[in-house]
Design a protein around this ligand. Structure first.
Ligand SMILES: Cc1cc2nc3c(=O)[nH]c(=O)nc-3n(C[C@H](O)[C@H](O)[C@H](O)COP(=O)(O)OP(=O)(O)OC[C@H]3O[C@@H](n4cnc5c(N)ncnc54)[C@H](O)[C@@H]3O)c2cc1C
Length: 323
């Protein structure tokens, strides 16, 4: 591990000042991802800025509806009102990692955790995301866990977060603060697909930090569900997951959200699946059509054609359990 300075920032302004003055500075929240990367020589910040003391750990219900989760709220998801209002969110969080890790991991850190692509995590392999222009060993290597949507010739890695998939289904907004002011970035626009610059994974600027996420009060949030398929039940990252949310009135689907995890470098919204649901009754036939629509357009790699069928099944299961 490289030597580094450590500052426990007293407020957001202090954290931003260090970020803008020191190009090698990195924020540390729960440390459950960053410390592993530092230990393994993947990341070597010159200055760690601890954001645990910034007072960003509040769950605030908004007067007009919706809720704001501070960036330092933990992934333990033990707020019962949140569980009732946004079931998909708590289910996604509880499906991730272990209780010990969830008690430490934060909202902001979860969004910005790095891919679990083996070739990114082992410095002896080429990785355009870790080292721009160095190549992508995954293209010739084991691709069983890689992307089937939105990949590029530069990178086929997937985003590992369960939480973000739920946020995508809930139309959440990422709240940031930077030296140039505050921004509200819809989750769908916050994450980037790899294209020619896979090393840039989000819209967050170097001199910005996440202060929280906001969940709107939507008609589909309370009827939402998360299903995750993984290699072992104790804890593992999603091979494919689905976050679904549906508003049904008089037996007909009025609005719907379908987001997929484990299939792209960002939580993948399937508008085709949503369109298959809206205006129809939530029956077996509609659910099957939504599963098929979600898998349409997939471009599997050499070893992951199984994910295409898995998308169909996970979406169907999520919608059936919801219905
Ligand atoms: C064994 C294991 C199993 C796991 N399984 C799962 C799983 O199944 N599903 C899942 O979704 N996740 C899983 N995780 C990942 C876990 O959810 C993340 O490690 C965690 O959410 C990261 O949060 P953190 O607060 O510890 O972030 P840190 O490790 O502290 O930081 C991660 C990144 O976020 C940046 N950052 C942190 N806070 C902010 C902020 N406020 N603003 C800007 N940047 C910030 C840091 O600079 C760093 O780049 C697993 C982790 C482990 C170790």
């Amino acid at each position: 591990m490289r030597p580094f300075h450590y500052t426990r920032a007293g407020d957001v302004a202090e954290a931003l000042r260090i970020l803008s003055q020191d190009e090698g500075a990195a924020l540390i929240a729960g440390g459950t991802d960053l410390v592993t990367l530092m230990r393994d020589g993947i990341s070597g910040p010159s200055h760690l800025v601890d954001v645990n003391g910034l007072g960003l750990d509040e769950v605030r219900w908004l007067p007009g509806g919706g809720v704001r989760l501070g960036a330092m709220c933990r992934n333990a998801a033990n707020d019962s009102r949140l569980r009732r209002a946004y079931p998909v969110l708590s289910e996604a969080l509880r499906s991730g990692a272990s209780p010990q890790i969830r008690n430490r991991a934060s909202v902001g850190g979860n969004l910005l955790q790095q891919t679990r692509c083996t070739y990114f995590r082992l410095p002896e392999f080429a990785c355009n995301r870790r080292n721009a222009g160095s190549g992508c060993s995954a293209l010739q290597g084991d691709s069983h866990a890689q992307a089937i949507f939105g990949a590029s010739s530069q990178c086929v890695a997937v985003h590992p977060s369960d939480f973000s998939v739920a946020l995508q289904a809930l139309d959440a907004v990422v709240l940031t603060e930077g030296t140039r002011g505050r921004r509200r970035i819809p989750v769908d626009q916050f994450f980037r697909l790899p294209g020619d610059t896979p090393q840039v994974t989000t819209e967050l600027r170097r001199d910005e930090l996440i202060v929280g996420v906001e969940l709107p009060d939507s008609p589909f949030a309370a009827r939402s569900h998360y299903v995750k398929f993984r290699e072992r039940a104790s804890y593992a990252f999603a091979l494919v997951s689905a976050a679904v949310a549906v508003e049904v009135r008089s037996g007909t689907v009025r609005s719907a959200r379908v987001a997929l995890g484990g299939v792209a470098a960002k939580p993948w919204r399937s508008q085709a699946a949503e369109e298959a649901l809206v205006g129809a009754r939530l029956n077996e036939e509609t659910i099957a059509a939504a599963g098929d629509a979600a898998a349409r357009g997939a471009q599997p790699q050499r070893h992951n054609a199984y994910k295409v069928e898995l998308v169909r099944r996970v979406v169907r299961q999520a919608l059936s359990e919801l219905g």
